[in-house]
Design a binder for this molecule. Structure first.
Ligand code: AAT
Length: 284
C-alpha cells in the first residue's frame, strides 16, 4: 500500500507532515490554492496555499479561543463581524449565544465556504443560521466602506499575512476596525506565533500597529497542534473593556455552554505570557 503524506514547511528548516488517506479535492480559486484531505490523525482537513487552516481534531481549540474570550468579557454583544473564517467554525461558536442578534461574515473566497459546506459540516453547519449574512468580498474594503460605530465585536479569522490575508494586518485595516466598532467594541485578531522568527516578526508588527490605535491591547495564547510550533496567539484590543478586570466570568458560566477548550480558568490563564513573549511585545 502506498503511503501518502501531506507536508508543509513551517520554516525553511522545519517541515510538518500528516499521513493522509486521500486527497479529496484540489483547485486554484481566483485567490488561493485550496486542498482538502482525509487523514487518520486529524480527520478531514484543508489547506490554503500549502498551509493548514482547519482540521476536525483541533479546530475546537482555535474556534473556542477566538470567540469565547470576547463574549465572556462583554455579554451584551449583539452585532458581530467575522472577517475570513470561511470554514464556518467561528460562526458556529457565535451562534451558540442566544443574545447575539446579527452575524456578518465577510469572506473573500466563496469557494472556501462552499467546499467547507461539502466536506467539513462539523464547522460549516451553522452558516445557515438566520442571524448569519454571508458576504463574499475583501474584508479590507468592507470595513473601509462600513459606517462608524456599527459592530460590538470584530473577529479577524484570517490567513497569515501572505496572499489575500496581507491587507488584514495593515494599519489602515485596524484603523477602520476601530472606527466601525461601537464605543465599547472589541477586536480579536490573528496574532500569529511567537516562536519561529518569521512568525514572531509578524506578531510584533501586528501588535505595534494595534497598540497605537486602541486604549486596551492584550495578547493571549493557546495550543494549536497543527499550526507552526503549536504555540498560537490572538490579539485582544478594546475601547473600554479589559478582558481580565471587566470579564463577568460567573455570568459566562451561568450560560451553561459546553466547551472543550475554553473555560473561565483558561480565560484568565491565557493572558499570562512567557517572558520571551512579553519581551517581544514590549519591544513591538
Ligand atoms: N477558522 C480558521 C480558518 C482560517 S481560514 C482564513 C480565511 O480567511 C480563508 O478562508 C481566506 O479565504 C480568508 N481571507 C483571507 N484574506 C481575506 C480577506 N482579505 N478578506 C476576507 N477574507 C479573507 C484561519 C486559519 C488561520 C491559519 C493560521 N496559520
Amino acid at each position: 500500500m502506498l503511503d501518502l503524506w501531506y507536508t508543509e514547511n513551517h520554516t525553511d528548516n522545519v517541515r510538518f507532515s500528516i499521513k493522509t488517506n486521500k486527497h479529496i479535492h484540489s483547485e486554484t480559486s481566483p485567490f488561493q490554492q485550496i486542498d482538502f484531505f482525509e487523514s487518520e490523525e486529524f480527520g478531514t482537513f484543508f489547506t490554503l496555499d500549502g498551509l493548514m487552516m482547519v482540521n476536525e481534531k483541533d479546530e475546537f481549540v482555535y474556534h473556542d479561543m477566538i470567540t469565547h474570550v470576547a463574549m465572556a468579557t462583554n455579554p451584551n454583544i449583539k452585532k458581530v463581524l467575522v472577517i475570513g473564517g470561511g470554514d464556518g467554525g467561528t460562526v458556529r461558536e457565535l451562534t451558540r449565544y442566544a443574545s447575539i442578534e446579527q452575524i456578518d461574515m465577510v469572506e473573500i473566497d466563496e469557494r472556501v465556504v462552499r467546499l467547507s459546506q461539502e466536506y467539513l459540516p462539523i464547522t460549516a453547519g451553522k452558516l445557515t443560521d438566520p442571524r448569519v449574512t454571508l458576504l463574499f468580498e475583501d474584508g479590507l474594503a468592507y470595513v473601509k466602506n462600513k459606517e462608524d460605530g456599527y459592530y460590538d465585536l470584530i473577529l479577524v479569522d484570517s490567513t497569515d499575512p501572505i496572499g489575500p490575508g496581507e491587507g488584514l494586518f495593515s494599519h489602515d485595516f485596524y484603523n477602520n476596525c476601530f472606527r466601525v466598532l461601537t464605543d465599547d467594541g472589541i477586536l480579536i485578531n490573528q496574532h500569529e506565533s511567537p516562536y519561529y522568527p518569521s512568525y514572531a516578526h509578524e506578531m510584533k508588527r501586528a501588535h505595534s500597529k494595534i497598540k497605537g490605535l486602541f486604549p486596551i491591547t492584550r495578547v493571549y495564547q493557546f495550543h494549536m497542534p497543527t499550526y507552526p510550533s503549536g504555540h498560537w496567539l490572538f490579539g485582544f484590543a478594546s475601547k473600554k473593556f479589559d478582558p481580565l478586570k471587566d470579564a463577568d466570568l460567573d455570568a459566562w458560566n451561568a450560560l451553561g455552554l459546553k466547551t472543550k477548550y475554553y473555560n473561565t480558568d483558561i480565560h484568565a490563564g491565557a493572558f499570562a505570557l512567557p517572558t520571551f513573549v512579553k519581551e517581544m511585545l514590549n519591544d513591538a
